[in-house]
Design a protein around this ligand. Sequence first.
Ligand code: FAD
Length: 466
Amino acid sequence: LQETVPKRRVAIIGGGLVGALTVLYFAKRGWQVSLFELREDLRVPENKKNLSHRSINLALSARGLSALKNITLGLDEKILEHVIHMKGRMIHLGEGKLKSHPYGVFGECIYSVEREILLELLLNTAAKSTNVKMYFQHQLKRCNFDDGTLELENKKTGNPFQDSADLIIGADGAFSVVRTQLMRVVRMDYSQEYISHAYLELTIPPRVNDKGEKEFAMDPNHLHIWPRHSFMMIALPNRNKSFTCTLFMPFENFDAIRTEDDLMEFFRKYYVDSIPLIGEDQLKKEYFRNPRGSLMSIKCKPYHYKDRAVIIGDAAHCMVPFFGQGMNCGFQDVEILNGIFDEYEISSVQSNDKLALALEEFTKIRHPDAITICDLAMYNYIEMRSNVVKPWFLLRKRIEETLYWLFPTGSIVPLYTMVSFSTIRYSEAVQRWKRQGFLLNVIGMSLLTAGTAASIYIGYYRFRRV
Ligand code: FAD
């Protein structure tokens, strides 16, 4: 049967990280896969100069790795050869003072990976598959889900291009055309929120040591944070021994820096230790040259239409980047969709009336988790830029980590551990976090009360002796 019956065709729109992984999962399932990507093929050397400036490197963690592993092509092992381990946050307190906060009590770490390397790995693997065709510089304009027709434009020639598919998967990012087309045929709830903060990327180049060798200018095994309450800067290491810094702050603060003097005054006030690391000239050059990106959160429901279409990744749920989960969550979408296809026994050779149920199940399972991580990502911005230097937060964190260290299978597990080092549902992680939050507050207050009482008693005793 496999030999004679034509394979079912899936069109994947968007060859970013999530789309490229989806190609591999569907190729492995035996579907005839067409990938349509608006941009040029980044594997061609001359296209590299046109790469977008969006987050040069990313934090890969358990969910992303699980999806890379589950396809059993050895992608997890391959990518781990190209990452840098980040075992904690390094807080730059000002005046050059540093404080390390480990991410996990058992030495767990997240991984800094370059977007380009990961995408190249996925696309190169896809190119080896005989049932995959990849069309770069092809932009989806519109589609008709009921008859599966796709209208695209070949951006190189400007000519229209048409194709058709049994299933259309939208992995075309935050401004998804597939999502817009879905809105025409399903009653989609949709919300989009821009935050008032923008981001801009800067580089800390490698420094050259006494032997003339390049080395990292800061500890490479940390994610560096300069928390400044209403804004912050972070830095992730790259394999070429540089760091990519991302400055997050309100648009009006960016606008207020008009001249090089303004910039230096701002950096001297808030990020003085970073100036010699970035270099004054490079800082001025990059700050005024590099684009500012806006940040937004998108929630929508449903993600699917009958047995004809589904959206995943940023197209379905775009989040602010403060939990380092956008890509990880998108990769997990692909793994979950694949698991549902297994469960519903969706075949690659014949139409199956269970496909509509499978896609519906995807929306049902994934939506509560996607909105949870969108909200958590917003919350984590406050944690990163402000809470990490507050005594009450640090006390609670210490208690939480101690209890988890003492009873790893107990009921207290730090939120960061559940989100970044496990694959449990985001919604379940938050429910547990809220439950344990009450307990931690009680323990924290009791410790504070006991500490205060002890200090008063000791003070009184000493006073009496005097
Ligand atoms: P995208 O990466 O946006 O890819 C969509 C693709 O679709 C693009 O290649 C685009 O060209 C193509 N496309 C769009 N429209 C069309 C069309 N009409 N026709 C054909 N093709 C089309 N996530 C993490 O997990 N960890 C991190 O540390 C992290 N850091 C981040 C830092 C920043 C500053 C930002 C902005 C994001 C960060 N993210 C991080 C989030 C992560 O970048 C995204 O979640 C991830 O890239 C989403 O992948 P995607 O494939 O769904 O969408």
